[in-house]
Design a protein. Structure first.
Lengths: 417, 313, 414
């Protein structure tokens, strides 16, 4: 019997293979970056979700993988060595693994929040010392190089890069999934649950944790290498605490408890950042709001949510839950619209361009443009739009929750029967 | 000699400023196990509130109102956000505060603009307290130091000599038992969080008048505060004070010293070789002064993770 | 955002009104830091670019108008690389950017590689803010044009002006940030010791944007006892340094590159008075002409041009002058290679004087003004009672340093 999970994976792989033919070049680039972010999140989640080692400095290995690959690419470009381009991520893997062993051996001497702090300290030290070590990290401008064609595949175009990235992400994902099935993977789970006991069973947990951490950083190094190949350059800002924090957030938004959750979270947030950063100047505010809302109301993450649906519901659920979910969507849209309208209005009214308009009209509060329409800031109708929207959303919220709860209990009952 | 005295003076004041900001964080962590990432952003919020009130009502009104308003924000955050997330684990709480930090920063930028604002101390405080080796020492620095010391004294007395303090400290170790004894633990948690936030707000209102108040002030301080809390011991007030002073002095001294590893190697005669190799070996201490606290944090974590004054676990 | 819509309507209108045959507007992609820590500076570049385009469109430099596409590079080189690709895919002919040398470095390399791989579909990178030396040195290439100064040009202007007004002294101390910019400035200050007739009595480099308390560095400066302290610091590093120096009563003159960044004078307060700054524009720098420019800018954009905005405007005007020299092809499209050839010999008449693009390294030779913070200035800044009073206006030719030997530009066949 073919399980739905396997079908899902096949469909996904098939979709990703034909994607370049369907998408515009912009979206294909976005897809490349989303896949790299997904791999980064998956490798992070190996250390965190499986082994319970929350690392706040994973961007260190990301960056080290990228720099190692760039140096190899430079050597190839300067004809010092020959190395096929598709095998470049091996350099990233090697760098990630070796540094993971070295730094992980230090870090895994501590557990819990102290482990997180050690990884943070290591990453911050690297971040501050990297710009001073010009020969390795290239100073502020970083290291820049060019991809060379290999194996008669044209890597000058982004399509070649897409398939290279896809191939490596697919292989790495399979490896990470397979790892969870190995005895070492099981050991990781055991260590997460009760390290003391595992030690008493005779395992050298320090060595085990170091190796698990190094495996995680190995794939992080691969992700970094893929970034280096895609961008053909990087600089020391890749080591920033921001990048480390981002991957933690993406993992939790996607759902740390499932395998694919982190990948999903990374893909969604990368796409979100890309699309909204050009549309509005306050996109970081919206991102922060999304973080907070997901943490508050969807603690298992989006992946956890999907997994709960797949696990607990049968086919009849579609009928019972479609109406409640539609209502939830409407509520969400109303609330979101109200908030966005308010934020964007405030932004426009406080901007310099608006003050020019005001000055031209003697300081009066003239109508301001937004979304292609003009709104009068003093008119009650203008305020009515977001207020009504938010109130409507808030009013419908209890109804939506009740309907959803009822739909779920009905669906679960039918499943039990 | 001059270098020694001036560095000590500067280092102590810088350390006391760090203490003002990190006192609240270490209390919150010790009590609730929440590493409040948004703590430096409460600091920034306090500075901006101080700025707004200084322009409209007055400087001292700002100093009083800022901790109250930020404390109220902290209470609301704890009551409606952190409490919900508490059962999902510490990571969720941490990430929630991370998202909160974004929101606070972006809202401030939305209303106050992207550039630093002119939050200035009242003119009658702008004089030199004394002159040392022909260098003036601004009075406001002493003022900040005094505020920090008063803060420490009040907190210490509150925690060790009052009934409220006993309950709070007991709740750190055995919250369930304390609740069984009839105390309202959720209110205790909320008050501690609010108090921590209020302290950060006060620090912001006081320091913001001296240091530039801008949207980047939280990021600059944020990571250093973590270092202080870790080195001092998560949850220990005295540890935070000692660690802040240590780090303040450390930064102060290393900013003035141009030693490098090459100089160290010169002692054994390898100086010339080291200078030729360059890179890391010729890096001067004054260049990486502000980054060395992380090295300190690393050493403390590896050698004695509980910090200087924390409890061994 | 308003400018975007206005220009879009303008471009759209001119698009409709113009020839019924295929007509193609020139697409300019502004890839700037519009969110995050450096957003303030990025937005200033955007304002200046939009103002510059008003004149270019009024003069109909390109018959089918100019369309502006805005991209947010989120402050990071990796995201900037993404937006470069997005801009290319959206059909941009020119990329404009200024807020960071690190991002500029990524863009200039990406543009060079794209042009190498796609002959016939080249794009130009108009650099209006990245001041690291390497852009017209080891990283120079034919399709990059720098319309702002660089560390050397600004230093020459500073030294010339201060030498002339006898305010430089003979002992100079240099303090800088620990990255390529700070290193460039320190190296140049030492190289120009003979030019400026001074000795460098001390130098120190410090962490970027991490130091809150500069008093230890002030102690070091005091020990060296210089007449002038030269620093390329910007943002809070400059502000805190000056505050620490002012608070300690240190009697020394600061010669800075970036004191006119909005917020600095307000926060420094009276400490700032008497210090020198080099800039590409001040409203009082060149009499009536610069005042007219400043007032016009304020009327249209809501604020006086500050900091990096004027040379950005001049850069866009330079683009306009170059566009006037090329004609649309038979299919209405812009030939970017021709535009590049036109741009490397362009001269722009501005209120500060002539800005000339130098062919050898694509560095604009722009006039600079050295001013001192004073209460006598007519145009106040930051809402304070102080402003920048110009001391000397240095012409483009005088400020220009030599072409760097590391620049080996490969020219395509015309």
């Amino acid at each position: 019997m073919i399980r739905s999970g396997q079908i899902g994976v096949c469909v996904l792989v098939g979709l990703l293979v034909v994607l370049p033919l369907l998408l515009t070049p912009n979206l294909m680039n976005a897809a490349i970056k989303m896949m790299i972010a997904a791999l980064f999140a998956l490798s992070f989640s190996l250390a965190m979700g499986q082994a319970g080692m929350l690392s706040f400095g994973h961007s260190a290995y990301y960056g080290l993988g990228a720099f190692a690959t760039l140096h190899l690419m430079k050597a190839v470009e300067g004809s010092l060595v020959t190395w096929p381009t598709p095998l470049l991520p091996l350099a990233g893997a090697a760098a990630g693994f070796l540094c993971g062993v070295a730094l992980g051996w230090l870090a895994t001497q501590r557990t819990g929040v102290y482990f997180a702090m050690v990884t943070l300290a290591l990453a911050e030290l690297l971040y501050t010392l990297a710009p001073t070590w010009n020969s390795v990290f290239g100073g502020e401008a970083g290291i820049s190089t060019m991809r060379m064609n290999s194996w008669s595949i044209n890597f000058a175009s982004d399509t070649g890069v897409y398939y290279l990235t896809f191939a490596w992400v697919a292989v790495s994902t399979w490896c990470l999934w397979a790892f969870t099935r190995t005895p070492m993977g099981r050991l990781a789970l055991a260590i997460r649950d009760n390290e003391h006991r595992v030690r008493f069973l005779g395992f050298n947990t320090h060595l085990a944790k170091t190796l698990i951490f190094a495996t995680s950083t190995m794939f992080t190094g691969v992700a970094g290498a893929l970034l280096a190949i895609a961008n053909e350059a990087t600089n020391y800002t890749i080591f920033s605490a921001q990048a480390s924090a981002n991957v933690v957030l993406q993992t939790f938004i996607g759902g740390a408890g499932t395998f694919f959750g982190p990948a999903l979270g990374a893909a969604i947030m990368t796409f979100f950042a890309r699309m909204t950063s050009d549309l509005t100047r306050s996109w970081l505010l919206y991102q922060g709001l999304i973080f907070v809302i997901v943490m508050l109301f969807v603690p298992d993450g989006i992946g956890g949510l999907i997994s709960a649906h797949v696990r607990m519901l049968g086919k009849s659920a579609v009928r019972q839950l479609s109406l409640p979910y539609l209502l939830c969507l409407v509520v969400g849209a109303l609330l979101a619209f109200g908030v966005i309208f308010t934020v964007e209005s405030v932004h426009v009214v406080l901007s310099d361009a608006y003050s020019v308009l005001r000055r031209a009209n003697g300081g009066a509060l003239v109508p301001y443009p937004l979304f292609g329409q003009t709104f009068n800031p003093l008119s009650p109708w203008t305020w009515a739009i977001p207020v009504v929207s938010i109130l409507a959303g808030a009013a419908l919220l209890p109804l939506a929750r009740r309907l959803t709860r009822r739909g779920w209990s009905q669906a679960l009952q039918e499943r039990a029967v | 000699m001059e270098f020694l005295v001036v560095s000590i003076l500067n280092g102590v004041i810088h350390g006391l400023l760090l203490f003002m900001v990190s006192a609240g964080l270490t209390l919150i962590f010790g009590m609730m196990g929440v590493l409040n990432f948004a703590h430096a952003w409460f600091y920034m919020l306090g500075a901006y509130i101080g700025f707004t009130l200084t322009r409209t009502v007055g400087f001292w009104a700002g100093l009083i109102a800022a901790p109250l308003i930020v404390g109220l924000c902290g209470a609301l955050v704890e009551r409606y956000m952190l409490r919900r997330v508490h059962r999902y684990g510490h990571t969720h709480e941490l990430l929630l505060t991370f998202g909160l930090a974004f929101i606070i920063e972006e809202l401030i930028k939305l209303f106050y603009g992207d550039f630093p604002v002119n939050y200035a101390m009242p003119p009658y405080m702008k004089f030199a307290a004394f002159t040392l080796y022909e260098t003036n020492y601004p009075f406001y620095r002493l003022f900040m130091g005094i505020v920090a010391l008063v803060m420490f004294a009040v907190l210490y007395v509150l925690l060790t000599r009052t009934r409220v303090g006993i309950i709070v400290r007991a709740a750190t170790y055995r919250p369930v038992m304390v609740e069984a004894l009839g105390h309202n633990i959720p209110v205790v948690f909320m008050s501690v969080f609010a108090a921590g936030a209020a302290l950060a707000g006060l620090a912001g209102a006081v320091a913001g008048a001296f240091f530039p108040t801008g949207p980047n002030m939280a990021v600059d301080f944020g990571t250093l505060v973590f270092v202080v809390v870790v080195v001092g011991g998560l949850g220990s007030l005295e540890g935070a004070l000692v660690a802040s002073l240590m780090i303040g002095l450390f930064i102060s001294f290393s900013a003035g010293l141009n030693w490098s590893l090459a100089d160290l190697l010169a002692v054994v005669g390898l100086g010339g070789w080291a200078r030729e190799v360059g890179g890391l070996l010729t890096l001067q201490l004054s260049t990486v002064a502000a980054s060395m606290p992380f090295l300190l944090m690393l050493l403390v974590l590896l050698i004695r993770p509980a910090g200087l004054f924390g409890d061994r676990q | 955002m308003n400018r975007f819509w206005t220009l879009l309507v303008l471009a759209g209108a001119s698009f409709v009104v113009s020839v019924t045959a295929q007509a193609e507007p020139v697409k300019i992609a502004v890839i700037e830091t519009l969110s995050g820590g450096q957003a303030a500076v990025g937005k200033m570049f955007l304002t200046a670019i939009n103002y510059g385009l008003i004149k270019v469109n009024d003069e109909k430099a390109w018959p089918d108008g100019i369309k502006v596409l805005e991209y947010d590079n989120q402050g990071g080189p990796s995201e900037a690389a993404d937006k470069v690709k997005a801009a290319i895919n959206d059909g941009a002919h020119i990329i404009v950017q200024g807020a960071s040398s690190a991002i500029g470095g990524q863009i200039t390399d990406d543009v060079r590689k794209h042009n190498m791989r796609n002959p016939g579909k080249e794009i130009i990178y108009l650099n209006v803010g990245a001041e690291a030396m390497e852009f017209t040195g080891s990283k120079c290439h034919f399709y990059h044009f720098r319309w702002n100064g660089n560390a050397e040009i600004r230093l020459r202007a500073l030294l010339t002006a201060m030498k002339d007004t006898k305010t430089l002294g003979t002992k100079v101390y240099v303090i800088g940030q620990n990255y390529s910019w700070g290193h460039d400035v320190e190296r140049l200050v030492k190289e120009y010791a003979k030019f400026g007739n001074y000795t460098v009595v001390g130098d120190v480099i410090h962490d970027v944007n991490k130091i809150q308390d500069f008093s230890p560095y002030v102690v070091q400066i005091k020990e060296a006892n210089p007449d002038t302290v030269i620093t390329g610091n910007w943002s809070s590093d400059l502000l805190l340094l000056m505050k620490a120096a002012g608070d300690s009563g240190l009697k020394v003159r600061f010669a800075t590159y970036w004191m006119d960044q909005p917020g600095n004078v307000a926060n420094a307060g009276a400490t700032a008075i008497g210090h020198f700054n080099v800039s590409s524009f001040y409203p009082e720098a060149n009499g009536e002409a610069t005042q007219k420019f400043a007032d016009d800018f304020k009327g249209k954009m809501g604020q006086y041009p500050v900091f990096i905005q004027a040379h950005t405007v001049h850069g866009i005007w330079g683009l306009g002058e170059a566009l006037k020299k090329v004609k649309p092809g038979p299919d209405g499209k812009l030939n970017v290679k021709q535009l590049a050839f036109a741009m490397e010999t362009v001269t722009v008449k501005t209120s500060m004087g002539e800005v000339v693009m130098r062919k050898e390294d694509h560095q604009a030779l722009l006039p600079l003004v050295v001013a001192t913070v004073s209460k006598d200035a007519k145009y106040k800044v930051d809402g304070t009672d102080m402003g920048f009073k110009p001391m000397r206006l240095i012409s483009g030719k005088d400020a220009a340093g030599p072409v760097q030997s590391s620049c080996k530009m490969e020219r395509p066949a015309p």
